[in-house]
Design a protein around this ligand. Sequence first.
Ligand SMILES: *Cc1c(COP(=O)(O)O)cnc(C)c1O
Length: 433
Amino acid sequence: MSNIKQSVKHFKQAQQIIPGGVNSPVRAFKGVGGTPRFFDHAKGAYVTDVDGNTYIDYVGSWGPMILGHAHDAVIKGIQETAEKGVSFGAPCVLEIDLAQTVIDMVPSIDVVRFVSSGSEATMSALRLARGFTGRDKILKFDGGYHGHADGLLVKAGSGAATFGEPDSAGVPADYAKLTLTAPFQDLAEVKRLFAENKGEIACIIVEPIPGNTGVLDLYSNGFLQALRELCTAEGALLIFDEVMCGFRVSSGGAQKLFNITPDLTCLGKIIGGGLPVGAYGGREDIMRKISPDGPVYQAGTLSGNPLAMRAGLETLSRLQDDAFYADLEVKSKRLFEGLLAGCKAAGVPATGNRFGSMFTIFFTELEQITCGSDVSKHCDLPFFGKFFNEMLNEGIYLAPSQYEATFVSAAHSDEDINNTIAAAARVLTKLTA
Ligand SMILES: *Cc1c(COP(=O)(O)O)cnc(C)c1O
């Protein structure tokens, strides 16, 4: 067991003055037990805590760090930009540069608006969908997470699921009523909801690759394509929440990988290269409804912030070429298969889903995990907790919940991958001894 005295001390201090000692719930390790590590610094594939322990990191700040931590060009870009002033509250050229980059990369985006987080992107996209269609209801899926806006905290996946609170206190029931939910993969239920609420559903919002209830596959059996057709037939908008999978699974996100065109797309995480950025964009006729072009209001003091725009630009400019993703694919596949092989060798029942450099290994007897309730009902969550903590002792930092994704970055070396597979084999053998 490594020395974690300083983390323990800081966690106690933090708990006295910050709810749960954290500024975002999943960081608190509630799903796995143990003390969250306080990090001091990070570089490439590694994070180092305040006690001086270094870990191979597969959380990557929950997705943004696809180039690895503290990438030289990103840091230099931020420094240069900061010298010129950190916020203007007036237009700057970097906003145009990042907007054009996003439009060039993401197939369905013709016009884009920047905000400061993924949550802000989704809540703004919903308002726009409602404003554009003149309809009030929205449809999301059980276990789909789209940020913490009121109407979206209904059956909302990882954070809430980890704590067994499917809904948040403080969300008015009247408000939640406008949010219809269906299980992933259940097209019949989606159709039934459209029939029952004829002409009232503004949009479907979906993570095209769900990552907040563990990584799921909605593509192979045609579910996503069916949602596209249904939305078109019903006059509803299809919103892809690509906050996690955008720029993660291909240079144009899941929509490019699957060749499906949503009406609106929400982005976050990688788009800011580790600084707070979100964005929503799509078809021009829809996007022109946003103020000041149109009647749908949305604003932000720090939106389009120059530091954030520059960090995003430096990151996205390194994701343009297919070789980048091909390389990431090879490494991620090797890690994913190596971990599953380790489970098999140790006699631990497991399965997994993977798209490029995002995956989840589920500890379960099921052959395939296809929806959110599969995770809560059929995964061995206590075993995950033990595995997580043993891996931490081995110097491997995984997401502290079975409901989350593992992220591989360009900075992970073959040796890091080998070491991780070897550590997992030791841990799994130990846990089954
Ligand atoms: C992380 C995430 C969000 C929320 O983004 P924040 O920047 O945390 O507000 C929304 N949707 C998805 C799919 C996410 O993974």
